[in-house]
Design a protein. Structure first.
Lengths: 402, 287
């Protein structure tokens, strides 16, 4: 009895202190970072994204609309069913208000659909497919860091310009790979190029030799790697082994970030062209951010990790603006507010949930050119947001008045 | 047609790894009746030991090819002596659970220490580059893998089937008590067998290091396929494991040409068919 009394007093006290945050459900804002932390995408986003999210909350002061902010995380092992189960459990029993990061397109699509049903916010920084803001768009779903269209325009565009007019694709066999291949192939064809063929490999393949051999015998000038993470690193390494680059064909790593360049090493990665939404050594502000991130994690952030920092920050700003963590109100605020932070300097959120910002066309430096640790890229060009992303009116999303 | 030759050769290269790994498994199962789920972890350890030897002691590939299997074999001997040997009198399930737990612990530890991404390990300069065979460009290192793994398979088969030591080993599994009566130290033989199996896995690991990244997950990617190879070949049949390893490597290579999406399940489809038609496996003797 006495125990109950103490407990209920404690609850009352707790409620008293959070009375200020009356419009925040359960008295706190809870953000879930759901991604791959043990598989092929563990360095692409992984626990480093969780670290970025925590950093964003600390920088923001730890509170939004007067309520404390908490970040939780889980590993979905790149399986959409596991991801959906975790998301459901988070929403139903653990008072999670929004889920972010969501690396891998199959996971991103599944969790965004579930969150639409539950009227919860998702901000996707890890997955690539344009479907997230296309036919399968959601009023509660946001796509933040990059997408397959921006990669096709960036890396694909650069190689076509340099005379790479016939392509062969090595494609990861799931939603992301299809989307990336399709976007790039369309772009190549629109610019007068041809596609010699493609081959689809299962996610997490370790041996690419037979696929590479097929690409080699196709005679295409460019071999487009429509995969990501360790898959791309392995394919690049083995392409060197089989003398593909030495034989005059070029590799296009369509989704390749700082994290993979670091894993592969400059010796193997030098000269690759790639597209990212962020580079830590872009300017003074980003370098300062990169160094703070480095002190926590021992590595520099790529666009997924920096994008997660930006997404969390913007979400907290939106809660402050709306004065609540209610899905509808926060979604409205997110759609209205411009994005200006270390990641995106002139970002806007389109009605289909796509955050439109500048992307960067980058080239990997040669081993001798890089004198600071993690200084791997030369910025070749800035791709303005309106060119990098699909015109929302043509995205196929029914939230946009066509 | 040219492409086909290339794919057959690549199948043979992958088959070399399957054969070497399933060989170790078959030795351990055939002689100890232990289903060694830690085999993938021992393969990974082999690669990591080679990587660490280079990193901290400057010991290169050729020495690592000998030293790493010795170290992992020794580790296997310690594990067998202190833990696994206590489970021989129990249901085989306990051995399976123990080695599975062991594998998870080893892999988890390395993942904690080194992350999930791979560590680079360069092929030895002597085998760098490649040879143009006309129908394909063969990296020299991969050619070396085929040759050396064939030799290792043959050597192990000879050791077990044709030598005196091998005959003791086989006798000890048939009737341990009787062999002991003849003055043979059976527990030491069993420890040696487990160590040999672990060393074979580590040997494959060192061979694999320059081709794949040295990663904590490299073993778990491989182990399921290797189990399928052993099952198709016939549990415990050493020749069966070797032949099936190469055969399934080639089958997988061909699938990658004709229907790549199915390349990671074709081995299991074959396994299901073999189990339906010949439950003891292709080379297994019906019990």
């Amino acid at each position: 009895m006495r125990k109950n009394l103490i407990a209920s007093t404690a609850i009352l006290l707790a409620m008293g202190t959070s009375a200020f945050a009356a419009d925040v459900s359960d008295g706190k804002v809870k953000i879930g970072i759901l991604n791959d932390q043990s598989g092929v995408y563990a360095d692409f986003g992984g626990k480093w994204s969780y670290e970025a999210a925590k950093m964003a909350v600390e920088d923001y002061g730890g509170k939004a609309a007067g309520a404390p902010v908490e970040v939780v995380t889980a590993d979905h092992q790149n399986k959409a069913d596991i991801a959906s189960n975790i998301a459901r459990q988070w929403y139903d029993t653990e008072q999670v208000d929004s889920i972010m990061e969501l690396t891998s397109s199959s996971v991103g699509l599944a969790v965004q659909a579930l969150s639409k049903e539950k009227k919860k916010i998702t901000i996707n920084t890890g997955a690539a497919t344009t479907e997230l803001t296309g036919k399968q768009c959601s009023p509660y779903g946001f796509h933040w860091a990059y997408d397959t269209h921006s990669l096709a325009v960036g890396t694909g565009g650069a190689l076509v310009k340099q005379g790479g007019d016939s392509w062969f694709f090595l494609t990861a066999d799931y939603a992301f790979g299809y989307s990336l291949e399709e976007n790039t192939a369309t772009f190549v064809k629109e610019n007068g190029g041809t596609v010699a063929g493609s081959v689809r490999h299962p996610l997490g393949t370790t041996d690419y030799s037979s696929f590479l051999l097929q690409a080699q015998s196709s005679g295409a000038k460019v071999i487009g790697l429509a995969n990501a993470g360790l898959d791309t690193s392995n394919a690049i390494k083995q392409a060197a082994e089989f003398g593909i680059v030495a034989g005059g064909q070029r590799l296009a790593a369509l989704l390749f970030t700082l994290a993979e360049v670091h894993g592969l090493g400059l010796e193997a990665a030098q000269g690759l062209t790639l597209t990212e939404g962020f580079y830590w050594n872009r300017d003074e502000e980003s370098a300062k951010f990169g160094k703070r991130f480095f002190e926590r994690t021992g590595r520099m952030p790529n666009m997924v990790q920096a994008g997660t920092y930006s997404a969390v920050t913007q979400y907290l700003k939106a809660i402050d603006k709306a004065g609540t963590d209610d899905g509808d109100a926060v979604s409205k605020a997110l759609h209205e507010m411009p994005v200006s932070d270390v990641f995106a300097q002139n970002g806007t959120v389109a009605p289909n949930g796509r955050m439109i910002h500048d992307m960067y066309l980058l080239e990997v430096k040669k081993p001798g050119e890089s004198d600071i640790a993690w200084d791997y890229f030369k910025v070749l060009a800035t791709i303005p947001g309106k060119d990098a992303f699909i015109d929302p009116a043509k995205s196929g999303c029914d939230l946009v008045s066509q | 047609m040219q492409a086909l030759f290339g794919q057959l050769l690549i199948g043979l290269i992958n088959g070399s790894f399957y054969a070497l790994l399933s060989l170790g498994l078959a030795v351990i199962f055939g002689l100890l009746r232990v289903i060694n789920f830690a085999h993938g972890a021992q393969y990974m350890l082999g690669a990591f030991v080679a990587f660490l030897l280079l990193q901290y002691f400057g010991i290169g590939y050729w020495a690592a090819l000998i030293v790493a299997p010795l170290i992992v074999g020794l580790l296997g001997a310690v594990i067998e002596r202190t833990m696994l040997s206590r489970l021989y009198n129990l249901d085989p399930l306990y051995g399976l659970l123990f080695t599975f737990g062991l594998a998870l612990t080893i892999e988890g530890t390395f993942r904690y220490l080194y992350g999930a991404s791979g560590q680079p390990y360069a092929p030895p300069p002597l085998l760098a580059g490649g040879t143009n065979l006309g129908f394909m460009f063969l990296p020299n290192y991969r050619g070396w893998v085929v040759v050396v793994s064939l030799l290792a398979c043959l050597g192990t088969w000879l050791l077990i089937e044709k030598t005196k030591l091998g005959s003791y080993l086989r006798a000890a599994t048939e009737n341990a008590t009787l062999v002991q009566v003849f003055g043979v130290n059976v527990p030491v033989l069993l420890t040696f067998t487990y160590a040999l199996g672990a060393a074979l896995a580590a040997f494959a690991g060192v061979l694999a290091a320059p081709i794949y990244q040295v990663s904590p997950l490299m073993g778990s990617n491989m182990i399921i396929v290797v189990f399928a190879v052993v099952v198709v070949g016939g549990m415990g049949s050493i020749m069966g494991a070797i032949v099936t390893g190469y055969m399934l490597g080639i089958a997988e290579g061909l699938t990658k040409v004709f229907y790549p999406e199915a390349s990671n399940i074709v081995i299991f489809v074959i396994m299901a068919i073999v189990l339906l038609l010949r439950p003891a496996g292709l080379f297994g003797r019906d019990a």
